[in-house]
Ligand binder design. Structure first.
Ligand code: RM4
Ligand code: MN
Ligand code: MN
Length: 430
C-alpha cells in the first residue's frame, strides 16, 4: 500500500502517546470489568468496524449561496482517492469509497480499479445522479428523471442507472444507491399516484439489470430540490417501493432526510424487522438536510440508532447486514479532518451501544420500568470509550491522535502544489 502520510512520522507521534493511552485503557478495562465487560473484545470489534467515505465528501461543499474552496482540493476521482487513503490510513475504519456518477466517471475503469487497489481502498455503493442535467444530455431532468411524464426522459435516467451498475461491476461494487430529486414545488403540479407508479416502473427496469449478488438501495428525502412534495418522500414510500421491487431492494436511511424530531431509531427498527434495512448515510443536522458532521449535534440520537443495530446483531436477526457510509458536506473545515472525526464519532456510537446491558434492558422493558430502562441506555452512553477507539486505531496501524498527525504531515500544503485552486470542483452540493 502506498502510504500518503509518512508512517515513521505517525509511529513517532504514537510512541509519544502510547504510555498515556495504556494508562487510560487499563483504567477503563478495570472499570468495565466490574460490569462484566471485556475491553479486549470491544477493541477487536472496534478494529473491525468500517464506514465508507463518499467521494464527493472530500471536496469542500457549498450552499445555494456560495462555495468557499479550500487549498489543494481534489480535482478528479484519482485525487479524491488519495485523500480517502489518508483518511483510512489515519483512522483505519474507512477502507471503502462510494463514488458518484457521472461526477467520478473516467475513461478507463480498469485503471481506476488498479489505482484504488494500490491505495488499499475498496468500492462501496455506486450512486447515480439524475438530479442534474449533464452536458450533452438530450432530455432535461428539470421536471423529474425516473418519474418524468415523458417516457424518453425516464428511459434516459434508467439507462444511466444501468450504466452505473456496469461501471460498478468493474470496480467490484455490490450495490447501487438511487436517490432522485423528483417531486413538485406547487400543490397540484404532480399527480402523486401516477408519479409513484412511473417511479416503480422505472425502478423495475433498473432492478432487472441488477447482477444476482447486488442490492438496490433506495434513499428517501422529504425535501430539496423539490420543496412541496418529493416522490420518495419518507421511509413509508421507501419501504413500499422496496417491497414492490423484491428482495434485492432495500431502504437506505440518510439521517438528514427526515422532518425535525422524527424518531429515526424507530424507523431503523421497523426496517430491520422487515429485512429492508439496506444501509445508512450518516451525518447530523439541526434544521433539515444540513449535512453537518456526524455526532456533532445529536450524539445521543446516533447512539440510539446503534442501540437498534447492536440489538439486531445480538439477536442474530435474519437478513441483517446494513452498510455504513458518511454523507456530509464540509463547508468550513478541511474535509479530510471532518471525515476522520466523523468516522470515529460513528464508531464511538457503535462501541458505546456494545456496552448496553441488554439483558437488564429487556428485563426493565418487560417490567415496564421506564426509568431504569432509560438509565440502562444512559449508563452506556455516559462512558467515555475514547481509549478503546484509540487502541483500535493503534493496533490497526493507524494514528492514536489522527488529526494531530494529519496536521503535522502538512499533506494539504504538499498536494496544493500539484492541485491548483479551481473555482468549482467536481464535487457536488450534498
Ligand atoms: C442528496 C442525497 C444523496 C446524495 C446527494 C449528493 O441530498 O443525500 O445521497 O447522493 O445529496
Ligand atoms: Mn445521502
Ligand atoms: Mn442529503
Amino acid at each position: 500500500m502506498d502510504n500518503k502520510i509518512n508512517i515513521d512520522m505517525v509511529a513517532e507521534h504514537n510512541a509519544a502517546r502510547i504510555s498515556a493511552l495504556e494508562e487510560d485503557f487499563s483504567y477503563l478495562t478495570r472499570r468495565l470489568a466490574r460490569d462484566g465487560i471485556d475491553s479486549e473484545t470491544l477493541v477487536e470489534k472496534a478494529q473491525k468496524f468500517q464506514i465508507a467515505v463518499p467521494s464527493w465528501g472530500v471536496g469542500t461543499g457549498g450552499t445555494r449561496f456560495a462555495r468557499f474552496p479550500g487549498i489543494g482540493e481534489p480535482r478528479n476521482i484519482f485525487e479524491k482517492l488519495e485523500d480517502c487513503a489518508v483518511i483510512n490510513q489515519l483512522s483505519t475504519c474507512t477502507e471503502s469509497v462510494s463514488p458518484h456518477f457521472p461526477w467520478d466517471v473516467v475513461d478507463d475503469f480498469t485503471e481506476l480499479k488498479q489505482y484504488s487497489d494500490a491505495l488499499g481502498l475498496k468500492w462501496d455503493s455506486i450512486n447515480s445522479n439524475t438530479f442534474q442535467d449533464q452536458t450533452g444530455q438530450s432530455k432535461s431532468y428539470k421536471f423529474g428523471s425516473l418519474t418524468n411524464t415523458d417516457a424518453k426522459t425516464r428511459d434516459q435516467a434508467i439507462a444511466h442507472n444501468i450504466q452505473c451498475i456496469e461501471w460498478g461491476e468493474i470496480l467490484g461494487s455490490k450495490r447501487l444507491t438511487v436517490w432522485i430529486g423528483d417531486g413538485s414545488n406547487h400543490p397540484g403540479q404532480q399527480h402523486f399516484q401516477r408519479a409513484f407508479e412511473r417511479y416503480l416502473d422505472s425502478m423495475r427496469a433498473i432492478y432487472r439489470a441488477l447482477p444476482s449478488d447486488w442490492e438496490l438501495h433506495i434513499e428517501h428525502k422529504m425535501f430539496e430540490p423539490a420543496f412541496y412534495s418529493t416522490v420518495v418522500q419518507d421511509w413509508g414510500s421507501n419501504i413500499l417501493a422496496a417491497i414492490e421491487l423484491g428482495d434485492k431492494a432495500k431502504s437506505l436511511v440518510d439521517l438528514g432526510h427526515h422532518a425535525p424530531n422524527v424518531n429515526i431509531e424507530m424507523i431503523v427498527s421497523r426496517l430491520i424487522q422487515f429485512k429492508k434495512l439496506g444501509g445508512f448515510h450518516f451525518n447530523d443536522s439541526k434544521y433539515g438536510d444540513d449535512d453537518l458532521d456526524s455526532g456533532s449535534i445529536h450524539p445521543y440520537q446516533q447512539f440510539l440508532i446503534f442501540n437498534e443495530l447492536v440489538d439486531a446483531e445480538a439477536r442474530d436477526q435474519d437478513g441483517f447486514a446494513p452498510s455504513y457510509m458518511l454523507d456530509q458536506s464540509h463547508n468550513v473545515t478541511d474535509p479530510i479532518e471532518s471525515l476522520i472525526n466523523s468516522a470515529i464519532e460513528v464508531q464511538r456510537s457503535y462501541v458505546k451501544a456494545l456496552l448496553i446491558d441488554r439483558d437488564a434492558l429487556y428485563e426493565y422493558q418487560e417490567r415496564n420500568d421506564a426509568l431504569m430502562a432509560s438509565a440502562t441506555l444512559k449508563q452506556a452512553f455516559n462512558i467515555d470509550v475514547s481509549p478503546i477507539l484509540a487502541m483500535a486505531r493503534y493496533r490497526n496501524g493507524g494514528a492514536i491522535e489522527p488529526i494531530y498527525s494529519y496536521r503535522q504531515s502538512e499533506y494539504r500544503a504538499r498536494v496544493a502544489k500539484d492541485r491548483p485552486a479551481v473555482a468549482g470542483s467536481g464535487s457536488g452540493i450534498v
